[in-house]
Ligand binder design. Structure first.
Ligand SMILES: Cc1cc2nc3c(=O)[nH]c(=O)nc-3n(C[C@H](O)[C@H](O)[C@H](O)COP(=O)(O)OP(=O)(O)OC[C@H]3O[C@@H](n4cnc5c(N)ncnc54)[C@H](O)[C@@H]3O)c2cc1C
Length: 397
């Protein structure tokens, strides 16, 4: 006799940042709705560290992130460029995926926790797990990660981060969001430093490149060199890597259509809910999770269209960041790309904060572009008119 399919209200597929926050927000708004957070891996969140500025989140967003155990720095942050160093007053937060996983396991109902559950198929009526088990749902939200797409253009942000335990106190008391005083070997490169404890430091070497190739050996060597130059030699505690797309253009409708399943809500980075230039999504994922939860308590069935509308609006609202990305990749010589950021970091701090949260005002946008341009005007115009390279692994020059 065939097994009776399990029935729940909402199946969230992909227990990464977006899926996890969505599950939490829905559970807080409608605790009686049976939900399942299906994650292929053994833990939620993968191997990431997500950071954000305190001001990126409104009151409701701050409340959603409140139960997560995170690193916080009350003394602002710092950026370093060849021509200037600046201390910014924005307080910084950082959440490790291991703390993310622990909090979700504590906060979500036991039945919602479906780690080690790879979804092999999904449709408007439910999901089919590896092994053939079917779980019926009134609504499916797809928050799986997505690979590169031929429908989008741009470049890549590539990084490797190491958490080190230094032999003696490192003496750093606030995050260094960008240390671009380092060599610029054919790409915009910077080091990112988080003092996690008096003798624990997270060092990440990042560069923007045209091709998505992660050379781990090279990046480990650069981190070792940076740490040694600061006198921070120590023991490796943890390592993470990332190759994130920087989106400069493309056909967003075709992109979403290529990933859509009729009647299924498409969300997360896969659904286009990212900052096109920084690839950071935390403030966007928080806002989206709260909006989904509010809509779910109102009208569950309308969520696929609701998210479609939100995604289109997000794409329109972030056009400016894609244009800046074009300037970064197509108009500036790789070794001169840092100048775009160097100049940006001379602007007023509230503008910088709004930029990171993808909430720049029209006046901000004008200010970022006015003044002596950091790239040649002719090249900038050519870049803006150009098509850009497709975001597909292996095809970038
Ligand atoms: C190392 C690293 C550091 C980063 N740092 C930051 C940062 O500081 N701030 C920031 O905002 N962003 C950061 N990012 C960007 C980050 O990718 C996004 O912010 C965020 O993780 C995207 O969330 P998501 O939930 O859409 O996708 P993901 O977090 O990638 O989650 C997708 C999940 O779906 C699961 N999945 C896929 N297929 C299936 C399936 N068939 N069945 C079940 N589950 C499946 C995956 O296992 C994964 O857990 C970082 C990324 C990396 C790689």
């Amino acid at each position: 006799m065939p097994m009776q399919a399990e029935k729940i209200d909402i199946a969230i597929v992909g227990g990464g940042l977006a899926g996890g926050l969505t599950a939490l927000a829905i559970n807080r708004a409608c605790p009686m709705l049976p939900i399942g957070l299906f994650e292929a891996g053994q833990s939620f969140g993968g191997n990431h560290r997500w950071s954000w500025f305190e001001g990126d989140l409104d009151e409701a967003g701050t409340a959603l992130m409140e139960p997560f155990e995170k690193a916080q720095w009350p003394g602002g942050n710092e950026v370093r460029f060849p021509s200037h160093t600046r201390r910014l007053s924005s307080d910084y937060r950082s959440l490790d995926s291991r703390s993310f996983d622990a909090a979700l396991r504590r906060l979500l109902p036991q039945e919602a926790i479906r780690t080690g559950s790879k979804v092999m198929g999904l449709d408007a009526q439910g999901v089919t797990l590896e092994g053939g088990k079917r779980v019926k749902a009134r609504l499916v939200i797809d928050c799986r990660d997505a690979g590169p797409s031929e429908h989008l253009t741009g470049g890549w942000q590539i990084f490797l981060g190491q958490q080190l335990r230094s032999e003696k106190p490192h003496g750093i008391d606030r995050p260094i969001i960008m240390d671009a005083t380092v060599d610029q070997p054919g790409a915009y490169r910077f080091v990112y430093v988080l003092p996690l404890g008096p003798d624990e430091v997270f060092i990440e070497d990042t560069y923007y490149a045209n091709s998505p190739v992660l050379d781990e050996k090279l990046l480990r060597g650069r981190i070792a060199h940076y740490a040694a130059a600061q006198g921070w030699e120590g023991q490796l505690v943890h390592e993470e890597t990332g190759v994130l797309p920087v989106i400069t253009g493309g056909d967003f409708a075709a992109y979403r259509a290529s990933l859509a399943t009729k009647g299924v809500a498409l969300s997360g980075a896969r659904g286009g809910f990212v900052h096109p230039l920084t690839s950071y999504t935390l403030p966007i994922a928080v806002e989206n999770a709260l909006a989904i939860a509010a809509q779910a308590s109102d009208n569950l069935e309308s969520l696929p269209e609701f998210l479609e509308g939100r995604a289109e609006m997000h794409w329109r609202r972030t056009a400016y960041y894609r244009m800046l990305g074009k300037m970064l990749f197509d108009a500036a010589e790789p070794s001169e790309r840092y100048r775009i950021f160097e100049r940006f970091y001379r602007l007023p701090e509230p503008l910088i904060e709004r930029f990171y949260a993808a909430r720049s005002t029209p006046l901000d946008k004008l200010r970022i572009l006015t003044g002596k341009p950091p790239v040649a005007v002719g090249r900038a115009v050519k870049a803006l008119l150009g098509k850009g390279a497709p975001l597909v692994q292996g095809t970038n020059p």
